[in-house]
Design a protein around this ligand. Structure first.
Ligand code: SF4
Length: 249
């Protein structure tokens, strides 16, 4: 499609077109990557903050191997939890934070489980989760979408966010946290949980494999005609007045 035609699209139409093209590239529907219940997903998500997936998965396995249940994690000496979380970034902060969250869930629920989230409307379920210390929109969406609950909620990670900014779907000034509500509001209302999950996954995969942080591979990008950043990068260097790539959030 010519760049002039793509420029006439509204942001919602553009997001849907981006979704369809990336789905064709990556093969939707995308398989869910695990079958955690919501409580396990919450812990997994908290451990993954600023940590490589492989490392947070090792820390999660350590917790599961060393403690019989989440009650035992809650009541253990903090040093024992910190040791289990050693593969993560900042185990010294994550261990007490995790124990605090487990204690709060016990107080509120009488036990450590999140089964009630299945019966709450998604906005209320997200509000409940985000009332826990250290839980933001990415974690609340991950718990609802990635867990066995399979609810309709859109997580936005740094790759997804960067691609959305470069495509002009959201302003370059909009940080990851507030971008959750903006990007989710742009999705077609009739999309089900799988399609919303696919949308996150394909934008994330595109960021990991094509629209890299330092050197986006615009010349082989299926979104080039839709992308103002890619178009600016193609322009002769002498016509570029300012950097084409927004800074990483
Ligand atoms: S054209 Fe370039 S900047 Fe735009 S989405 Fe593709 S790789 Fe990213």
């Amino acid at each position: 499609m010519p760049a002039s035609a793509s420029a006439q699209r509204g942001p919602r139409e553009k997001l849907v077109e981006v979704h369809h093209r990336l789905c064709e590239s990556f093969g939707c529907p995308i398989a869910y990557f695990h079958e955690h219940g919501p409580m396990d997903e919450l812990v997994s998500s908290l451990l993954s903050h600023r940590t490589r997936n492989a490392d947070s998965a090792r820390a999660f396995r350590n917790l599961r191997d060393r403690f019989p249940d989440w009650e035992a994690v809650r009541d253990a000496p903090v040093e024992a939890v910190r040791e289990a979380l050693a593969p993560c970034t900042w185990p010294e902060a994550k261990a007490p934070a995790l124990q605090r969250i487990l204690a709060i869930i016990t107080e509120r629920r009488g036990s450590i489980e999140l089964d009630h989230l299945a019966d709450l409307p998604v906005p209320e379920a997200r509000e409940w989760l985000e009332s826990l210390p250290g839980v933001g929109p990415k974690t609340s969406a991950a718990v609802l979408s990635f867990s066995s609950l399979r609810r309709r909620a859109l997580p936005v990670d740094s790759h997804h966010h960067r691609v959305a900014q470069r495509l002009g779907l959201i302003p370059a000034s909009l940080s990851v946290g507030p971008s959750h509500r903006v990007l989710e509001a742009m999705l077609p209302a009739e999309w089900d949980a799988q399609q919303v999950y696919d949308n996150h996954e394909v934008l994330m995969l595109h960021g990991q494999r094509v629209c890299h942080f330092r050197s986006p591979a615009c010349s082989r990008c299926v979104l080039l005609d839709l992308c103002p950043t890619g178009q600016a990068r193609r322009a002769p260097e002498s016509t570029l007045r300012q950097p084409a790539i927004p800074s990483h959030a």
